[in-house]
Design a binder for this molecule. Sequence first.
Ligand code: MLT
Ligand code: ZN
Length: 482
Amino acid sequence: MTASQSSAPPTADLLARLAALLGPSGILTDSSDVAPYCTDWRALYHGRAAAVLRPAGTAELAQAVALCAEAGVAMVPQGGNTSMVGGATPDESGRDIVVCLSRMNRVRRIDPLDHTMEIEAGVTLKAAQDAARDAGLMLPLSISSEGSAQIGGVLATNAGGNNTVRYGNARELVLGLEVVLPDGSVFNGLRRLRKDNTGYALRQLFVGSEGTLGFITSAILQLQPQPRAVEAALCAVADASAALALFAAFRDQDPALIQAFEYMSGAGMDLVTRLVPGASLPLAEAAPAYVLVELATPRRNADLRAVLEDVLAGMFEAGTVSDAVIAESEGQRLALWKLREEHAEAQRRAGASVKNDVSVPVSRVPELIDRASTACAALIPGIRPAPFGHIGDGNIHFNLVQPEGMDPAEFLAQDHRIMDTVAAIVRELDGSFSAEHGVGRLKPYMMPGWRGGAELATMRRIKNAIDPRGLMNPATLFPPAG
Ligand code: MLT
Ligand code: ZN
């Protein structure tokens, strides 16, 4: 039985009332219009939905949610549909209603003195970054899917990404939140205060809840000053241990300068340069592994180039870095980032892949990569590990591409075997089975083993208190009870 089978199917009467409330641009019911909302970016899940709602504002959404709740109909929030774990895809029952806030896409206000931004859920992360930049500030959250990912989804999943090493995850940026709760009532916590000790920090409950507790409709985010200087370099290294030696050297110079510190395996880089048009390696030779380091500062007259060159010179001498290229222009900096950001796309083009978005203490990343590579090769001969990611915060995407020539479905049928093998090593290294992508529909089966006992029981009590009928994103996060 799927989770949504405990909910009611939407009746013609409910759909008519929703259509009357939201108007023609606020509801989709034709199967060809609804279909794109029923498959995730990785094409792992192919669900069905009775309708897609596209409300124009919080009041409209709240009324629509109240109607669905009264009818006992399940609702699946969906932002830019970029989830890596199927967390925004309806199940196969056809009973769910997908709710999209893409029409709520205004940046309402940026306060240059408070360094805050009030923003609606449907704004893409890229548009939010641009708005902050145009106001002379910076929204320090950057992920590969930022062109499509929307603020509501980014917050609901507590996205991490490339700048976590310096500014933390999405959670750390949230000062205030407005949420439509599963019964249609509105929690207005749009406060822009740094200090607000008034009981439970409810807003943090919704950040990372993966749409299981309500709809995030708008937020007040903490901004940062815009950097006055940025320097980026791509470095060739032997392995993850060398990458961490380089990380330690930059941190030793000045930890406050490290804006991003990303690791890429030679295998992953090879896929990018072979499969992504316009991506080429700006180094003389391919290397076993790479680091993309970015330094940035809002300080006036800071000589970041000198810091970068100084650290790299020491690392060349120590044999830690074998080659490096420093971006000489904004165009070159973006070209270096393209090599990193296109990893997920290159792996998609290479065939089926199994993603392990895991975290371990930073010091244990080399052991994770070594042990997991060996274990997976023993499991499926010819499997192609292509680990990459946010090594500066201990979050590695230990992704594995199918062996050449294998049937993609045959490979994907073994995803739990592969994920469990990697997870067992992650557990021994004191890590987590989901670092930044969340649990979604892919990993609820892991929750009892990793978060069982009092932790999962408490999460269920919170869920039951806020969404007693289990109508919000029912296939996500929680394994079936019992
Ligand atoms: C990234 O950092 O590019 C992603 O989170 C994507 C992935 O895991 O494939
Ligand atoms: Zn990532």
